[in-house]
Design a protein. Structure first.
Length: 310
């Protein structure tokens, strides 16, 4: 046996042992982890924008750890797509997009869990290069090691999703071909659907959104069922309480400094409605998704782990 062959065998053995260890840690985490975790800032009031960047990262990390960490969902060698809301040419202070530090924290956690590659992108409403830059997500995600991609609408391909309302819809193959999709929207008002939260953020993986606008609740049920969410984060560091989804006026922004993570996307949407001061039953998509068996709106019944960050 040559030295090279011995080295190759050793490398395979080490890799196999590492994968086994990650698998064992993920299984153990899944046994004890709650279905939902909510991290809240309890430190000094009125932090500066620079402080909020640090706080947002800490909140996202704590929420992920609260549900057992990403080793439950991301295996060694996985290719992950992190799907924030990057739809608007707005700054982080305007709360129309996911906080960039929340996105960067997810990217880092994916690599720590053994991901081979992490990609970040969204089908934006405003011009994508402006949205990616103004939101701060492009710079933060790249700094964390992610590949940030602009979605070419001409590449969207008709995909059968088998929905009750939506049978087929153009979707982006770059997203569908990844091993794991981590949905990470921001909590905000929406003039058509009352709120835009986790399920509605999946509209960024499709093209021809006008189809969804004919019956948003039913269509969101269809796309959510097709996407089979495994882990979702909901950013409430800053939330947009009026004139959504694009906003623009800082008077419509509330600084809440909270992030939730979980495996029940309906429960997360219900929590998002709650922090907006709305009852989950007032959000038609939540009621429709619960009726379809996609989760439960009584998120408190899941006994979410509450984490104070100071």
């Amino acid at each position: 046996m040559t030295l090279q062959t011995r080295r190759e065998m050793l490398a395979r053995t080490v890799a196999a042992a590492g994968s086994l260890a990650l698998g064992e840690r993920a299984a153990k985490a899944a046994e004890v982890a709650p279905a939902m975790a909510i991290a809240k800032w309890t430190g000094a009031a009125n932090p500066s924008s620079d402080d909020i960047r640090v706080i947002a990262a800490r909140l996202a990390q704590a929420a992920l750890e609260g549900v057992g960490g990403l080793t439950r969902f991301v295996t060694r060698g996985s290719i992950v797509w992190v799907k924030p809301n990057i739809g608007w040419d707005r700054t982080p202070e305007q709360a129309a997009n996911t906080n960039p530090e929340v996105v960067a924290t997810i990217v880092k956690a994916c690599f720590n869990a053994g991901a081979k590659a992490v990609k970040v992108g969204d089908n934006t409403v405003n011009l994508a290069p402006k949205c990616y830059a103004a939101s701060g997500i492009e710079a933060a995600a790249k700094a964390a090691g992610a590949e940030v991609l602009l979605l070419d609408r001409s590449r969207a391909k008709e995909k059968e999703i088998g929905g009750e309302k939506v049978k087929t819809i153009p979707m982006f193959p770059e997203i569908l071909e990844c091993d794991v999709v981590i949905n990470c929207p921001v909590v905000k008002h929406h003039r058509l659907s009352t709120a835009t939260l986790c399920m509605k953020n999946y509209m960024g993986v499709i093209e021809n959104r006008k189809v969804f606008h004919q019956d948003i609740p039913a269509c969101l049920v269809d796309i959510t069922r097709f996407m089979k969410p495994r882990i979702t984060l909901l950013d409430a560091t800053r939330i947009l309480v009026d004139h959504g989804p694009s906003g623009g006026d800082l008077k419509d922004v509330r600084t809440l400094l909270a992030v939730a993570a979980g495996t029940d996307i309906v429960a997360l949407d219900a929590w998002g409605a709650d922090v907006m001061g709305r009852k989950p039953g007032e959000i038609p998509s939540i009621a429709a998704a619960e009726k379809a068996g996609l989760g439960r709106s009584d998120y408190r019944a899941l006994a979410p782990k509450e984490i104070a960050i100071a």
